[in-house]
Unconditional design. Structure first.
Length: 600
């Protein structure tokens, strides 16, 4: 545990009074018992911030019903120093024409040794339903409770990725300091303070002309009056002068670049003049560039598996049966939990599930919905226009460029790419897209600052914000370049490409040709030479059979037959296990007569 944070815990434990919600409310009543302004103010501010409603939510939800305690790290990933092996360069791949017709499929099946299957079933598509029950890898969250950073430091800078819950955390702080959210649930004790919320983006231009502490006070008074519909200017000045407030300045990253310097200067001056108050500022991790001084920096941690489950249970508080079903479905998606580690993405899944009572079995659809939100909907829904948003490139082209970057790194077995190589590649793509006037630096800032899809891992080295996103975008590249057939052989030899291959199959209109290619590779490298003992191939073909994809039923039969041959190489016990699994699978493979012929 971070030593500074640990000292903060000790201080909080030894000095602070264990306050209940009622104790905070009583403090408000005592603070100005003649006019009751504090109690009145707290009620009006809480009324404004008590609910959340984003994106597709049909109605607002009370924050206290869905809030999951956030954790934070004392450092933030942009300045972590981990060694990066090398710079990776783009590997050009020749494009093959993708042909799909019944004659072609019959020819491939016949050449692959499955001629006897051609006439057994008519040529038609079948939707194969994923039914994976393997639990996701465990995830251990190591961050400290974010409330703790706020309570144990005079000025805290809260950094986070898009959708990580920064503004929601501010709302939770407001309710906690208003006595309407029990801060003891995350086991952090609070000294009562008057919460003041300021959106830095909404400050007037006068602050940019006169970035003084007095003008910042005017901005506070103006925003509070607009928020509550009451004039609290004189009383707020008194409370701030007494050091009785916690001032929450939200959205440093949303301030236009031309105004950022002046507003940061005004905040620093205000903090210096009224330094007995507590301050909290929020900003996206990628945007922050040391605009503030004398701040304790922390970054919001990803949701753990337990956090995801708790969020869902809180969301469906009146439908715990539905919550349990969703939690089970998410676990069955394996890597879905790697993507659902922010409140925003958990919200998307809950909204989707409340409408459909199911998740897409096709992981690519689930990831696509989340990516579209990050790329195109999140800021627009909140009416935010950010500096550096590249509007002259279509959303389709932005997605395509990212997919090529993902493929470039995946094929080179890399999770990182140096900034110089990345900018050179972006420059080439901008020229190909007919936008040579746009700087590659601007497009990189758009991906990083506005969408949060890539992050600066260390100085001048970038990576996708999630490995799952890297795999998802790489799959898009293989599909759009009609190169999934070649990917089939690559995935057989390199397990790191397995997830990309599986996602690609789900994205395709028809997956017959790459499936047949995979079966031919397996026959040539495993079944023909009778090589046993390699569980990775069995796992690959098993996961292929669990996918939600479209293919010819004859191709499916051939894949089941190949799976039977693989099991036979490893003995009767594995074949028996496959039979047992087949009883509950969508295909009911244990009852497939052709498959039984292979494992009998």
């Amino acid at each position: 545990m971070d030593e500074i944070a640990k000292s903060g815990i000790d201080k909080a434990t030894n000095v602070l009074v264990n306050l209940s919600v009622g104790a905070i409310s009583n403090w408000y009543a005592r603070s100005d018992f003649n006019h009751k302004k504090a109690t009145e103010y707290a009620h009006q501010v809480a009324e404004t911030h008590k609910n959340i409603q984003i994106l597709g939510m049909p109605q607002p939800k009370h924050l206290s019903n869905v809030y999951v305690s956030l954790r934070a790290h004392s450092n933030y990933r942009k300045y972590l120093s981990s060694p990066i092996d090398k710079t990776y360069t783009f590997d050009n791949t020749d494009l093959d024409e993708y042909l799909q017709n019944d004659d072609f499929i019959e020819s491939l099946l016949s050449d692959s040794g499955f001629k006897h299957l051609i006439n057994e079933t008519s040529a038609r598509h079948t939707i194969q339903t994923r039914d994976t029950t393997s639990p996701p890898a465990s995830y251990s969250a190591s961050g400290l409770n974010a409330f703790l950073y706020v309570e144990s430091n005079p000025h805290t800078l809260v950094l986070g990725q898009p959708g990580s819950g920064k503004t929601t955390f501010f709302k939770a702080l407001i309710l906690a300091y208003c006595g309407l959210l029990d801060s003891r649930k995350p086991r952090v004790q609070l000294i009562p303070r008057i919460p003041i919320y300021i959106n830095l983006k909404d400050c007037s231009e006068q602050l940019d002309v006169t970035p003084t502490s007095d003008q910042f006070l005017i901005e506070i008074q103006s925003q509070v009056s607009e928020l509550t519909g009451r004039n609290y200017s004189k009383w707020l000045h008194e409370m701030i002068s007494e050091g009785s407030c916690i001032i929450l300045t939200d959205g440093l990253d949303e301030v236009p670049k031309s105004k950022l310097k002046s507003r940061a200067k005004a905040l620093r001056r205000f903090y210096k003049k009224y330094n007995t108050n507590k301050y909290v500022t929020s900003c996206r991790t990628s945007v922050y560039d040391n605009e503030l001084t004398d701040v304790r920096i922390c970054e919001i941690d990803d949701f753990s598996h337990d956090d995801i489950s708790l969020f869902i249970k809180n969301w469906f508080v009146d439908r715990q049966d539905l919550a349990e079903r969703l939690i089970k479905d998410i676990k069955s998606h394996k890597n879905a939990t790697d993507l659902l580690k922010t409140p925003l993405l958990c919200t998307l899944v809950c909204i989707m599930y409340s409408h459909n009572r199911t998740l897409p079995n096709n992981r690519s659809e689930l990831y696509g919905t989340c990516v579209d939100t990050l790329m195109f909907k999140w800021d627009s829904q909140r009416d935010i226009t950010r500096d550096g948003s590249v509007e002259c490139i279509t959303p389709k082209n932005k997605r395509f460029v990212l997919s090529e970057i993902a493929r470039l790194t995946i094929e080179n077995r890399a999770s990182h790419i140096e900034k110089s190589a990345l900018l050179n590649y972006l420059k080439d793509q901008l020229q190909r897209s007919g936008a040579p006037h746009v700087s590659p630096e601007a497009l990189l800032r758009d991906y990083e600052n506005n969408m949060g899809l890539v992050v600066e891992y260390s100085s001048n080295t970038y990576q996708f914000s999630h490995l799952t996103l890297q795999e998802f975008f790489a799959a898009i590249s293989y599909v759009e370049n009609h190169d999934v057939v070649n990917l089939a052989e690559k995935a057989f030899h390199d397990p790191r490409l397995k997830e990309v291959f599986l996602l690609s199959l789900e994205m395709m209109h028809r997956a017959d040709e790459p499936l047949i290619k995979l079966m031919m590779v397996i026959k040539n490298h495993r079944i023909g030479p009778k090589l046993s003992g390699d569980s990775s191939t069995e796992e690959l073909i098993s996961q292929v059979l669990e996918l939600d994809m479209t293919c010819d039923t004859r191709v499916k039969k051939a894949a089941i037959a190949i799976a039977g041959d693989l099991l036979a190489l490893n003995g009767d016990d594995l074949a028996h296990d496959w039979r047992q699994d087949g009883k509950s699978s969508h295909f009911d493979v244990a009852e497939d007569t052709h498959f039984n012929a292979y494992i009998s």
